[in-house]
Write a protein that binds this ligand. Structure first.
Ligand code: ZN
Length: 181
């Protein structure tokens, strides 16, 4: 039996749970086996739920950690495929003034998607799972995922970023109306 078959997806915190509204704590001991297991479980949960990103508060762990796992999907057909990348204690060091509007959904806000303006390019500094500091620039869909996940570790969800409630849709309506992202 492979390791992945033994791991059940983690339970997801949904909108209204206070854990989604609390600023998350930084992680001091990255090599702690509990932190390394949490990273593995988050990656596994993102894959099993078809998510392109997931943050620790979404699984009831109020810690500054998220996974970015871009791949092509119905909303973003041309999204790049990347190996699921854990980002620990992240800091956004630059956000472009140029913004682009795009549709987002969230495992913690089931059934709803919304149109959100995000910076087209960002620069992020974070610690990787081996404890090494990284600083990288991302654009477009990956930059969007990172801004969405960064919000989660600061107690925000995408609903806080929509300009109008007219920019919200049910998932079913979205799939009926929007052919591609
Ligand atoms: Zn989310």
């Amino acid at each position: 039996m492979s390791e992945s078959l033994k791991v059940a997806p983690l339970k997801i915190a949904e909108l209204g749970n206070p854990v989604l509204r609390a600023p998350a704590a930084s992680i001091d001991h990255i090599h702690d086996p509990a932190i390394q297991k949490l990273i593995d479980d988050l990656i596994d949960t993102a894959i099993k739920t078809n998510g392109v990103g997931i943050a620790a508060p979404q699984v009831f762990q109020s810690l500054q950690l998220f996974i970015v796992a871009s791949r092509p999907n119905l909303r973003y057909l041309h999204a790049p495929t990347m190996k699921p990348t854990p980002m620990i204690n992240p800091q956004l060091v630059a956000l472009s003034d140029e913004k682009v509007s795009g549709w987002e959904g969230c495992l913690s806000v089931p059934g709803i998607c919304g149109q959100v303006a995000r910076s087209r390019e960002i620069e992020i500094r974070y610690t990787d799972r081996h404890g090494k500091s990284q600083q990288k620039v991302f654009t477009d869909f990956v930059a969007r995922i990172i801004q969405h996940e960064f919000d989660h570790i600061n107690g925000k969800v995408f609903l806080d970023r929509v300009e109008s409630t007219f920019d919200l849709m049910s998932d079913a309506e979205y799939h009926t109306q929007i052919v591609c992202g």
